[in-house]
Design a protein around this ligand. Structure first.
Ligand code: FAD
Length: 430
């Protein structure tokens, strides 16, 4: 039995999780230099880097490490920020755009370095195809590839014409695309479990099944973190709950919005289809507003992400819900069985730029990666750790990004969002 059998998503990731012993819940009142709320990529990376810097760290996770988006996502490793460099240049100027590009490249390098340095078995593979679902997007994608090469020295994006895209993907429904040779994919839950192991080995104390219920200012400027089974008195608190930070920090929740997004895993593909679909092993995503994304697992299943809902509950027939999206891309999979389907909360921001900052002098937050967290969240955790240790320059860059609150704030953000997102989702079908 996998330790993640209790994972409520019932995902293929949970079924193929590397073994990891439980971390005991917090029992009683403890002291630490830093308390970390949340055991996903952000919190685990922060805990690892802080422990490596000699800090006493206590990480508090309401469920199991990797239980949130980090253990459920598409595993796709993107290049750059979630918004393209054209947008960032126009909004923030060329110097900031260059700094953000460099930081995104640092984030990708950190991800690969963490996998290598800590020997994390998470099926990392390079390559990410981006496919155009409208003909008009093809010249835009090619121009962007050229811009990255000319202006940023990034020559890893190769344009694909229509037949090359069809051959790379094993479907002819797209008009063209690009291959980012330095994008990639991994098994996200196993990456999170590997980070947890590395953090614990570096000296971080992890408590699972320990929900933070609130925090207050304690004596001597410390922060007192209350949980379901004890308290932590710490110099710093890092809020790394992302889309699951329910009710703990209203100011954060006014600026990020958890949207449920879904993935399925087919049965292992029959040999003919396995040879045809993604024969070179990259991941893929398309240009839709509600993006389709997919890749093959070890063992030849197709993991296909598609569809999201703007309410807090999952569709009742999750397999059927995602399968409809998959069949539009791969009609040939009509007779292939679906073994798993699951969902999770993607935390988005208004501008799709991440939300990192000091909320209070000793309470820091990192979240809102808007679908780019596989690569950005471990880096954001490191940025928080650096800030605690006194180096603020990277946190300051993120904190300067325009990330306003959603209209309506924490409580009333949903109705406006449902209207806006539904309109954009409709454009995908036109
Ligand atoms: C279906 C899906 C597909 C995605 N696909 C991709 C992709 O392909 N590529 C990509 O880059 N990104 C993708 N993402 C986004 C990515 O998964 C996230 O950006 C990233 O995992 C965020 O990591 P995190 O550590 O900040 O948050 P999480 O992994 O969500 O971790 C937060 C943790 O905090 C804990 N927590 C919350 N509140 C409390 C509390 N009060 N007390 C204690 N613990 C608490 C939760 O239990 C949770 O484990 C996807 C997300 C989803 C849901």
């Amino acid at each position: 039995m996998s330790v993640h059998d209790e994972h409520p998503a019932g995902s293929w990731y949970a079924a193929t999780a590397n073994p990891l012993p439980d971390f005991a819940p917090l029992a009683g009142d403890v002291q630490a230099d830093v308390a970390v709320l949340g055991g996903g990529f952000t919190g685990l990376s922060a805990a690892l880097h802080l422990a490596e810097a000699g800090k006493r760290v206590v990480l508090l996770e309401a469920h199991r490490v990797g239980w949130g988006a980090s253990g459920r996502n598409g595993g796709q490793i993107h290049t750059g920020q979630r918004r393209d460099q054209d947008y960032i240049e126009a909004t923030m100027g060329k110097a900031s755009a260059r700094r953000l590009w460099t930081m995104a490249e640092e984030a990708k390098a950190l991800l690969k370095d963490l996998i290598t340095r800590h020997n994390i078995a998470c099926d990392y593979r390079p390559g990410l195809v981006h496919a155009a679902h409208k003909a008009a997007f093809v010249p835009e994608m090619n121009a962007y590839a050229e811009k990255l090469a000319c202006d940023y020295g990034y020559d890893q994006v190769v344009p694909l014409d229509r037949s090359q895209t069809a051959a790379a993907l094993g479907t002819d429904v797209y008009f063209g695309g690009t291959l980012d040779r330095d994008g990639g994919h991994l098994h996200p839950l196993n990456f999170a479990l590997g980070l947890a192991t590395a953090a614990a080995q570096a000296g971080a104390v992890i408590h699972e099944r320990t929900r933070v219920t609130g925090y207050t200012r304690g004596a001597g400027g410390k922060v007192r973190v209350a949980t379901t089974s004890g308290t932590v008195m710490a110099d710093y608190l890092l809020l790394c709950g992302d889309g699951y930070l329910d009710g703990i920090a209203p100011a954060v929740e006014a600026s990020i919005l958890p949207i449920n997004n879904y993935i399925l895993a087919t049965e292992p593909l029959p040999p003919g289809l396995d040879a045809r679909i993604l024969p070179d092993g990259p991941a893929a995503s398309d240009s839709r507003f509600v993006v389709n994304y997919w890749r093959k697992s070890q063992g030849g299943r197709l993991l296909f992400g598609g569809g999201e809902t703007y309410s807090q509950s999952f569709p009742s027939d999750l397999k059927g819900f995602v399968r409809r999206h998959m069949l539009k891309v791969y009609p040939a999979l009509a007779d292939v069985g679906i073994d798993y389907a699951w969902g999770g909360a993607v935390a988005i921001t208004v501008t799709r730029l991440p939300y990192l900052r000091k909320l209070e002098p000793n309470v820091l937050v990192a979240s809102g990666y808007s679908g780019q967290g596989v690569m950005l969240a471990p880096y954001a955790g490191k940025v928080l750790a650096e800030a605690v240790c006194g180096t603020l320059d990277r946190l300051d860059v993120f904190a300067s990004l325009p990330v306003p609150s959603f209209p309506g704030g924490r409580l009333l953000r949903w109705p406006a969002l449902v209207a806006g997102m539904s309109w954009f989702a409709l454009q995908d079908r036109l």
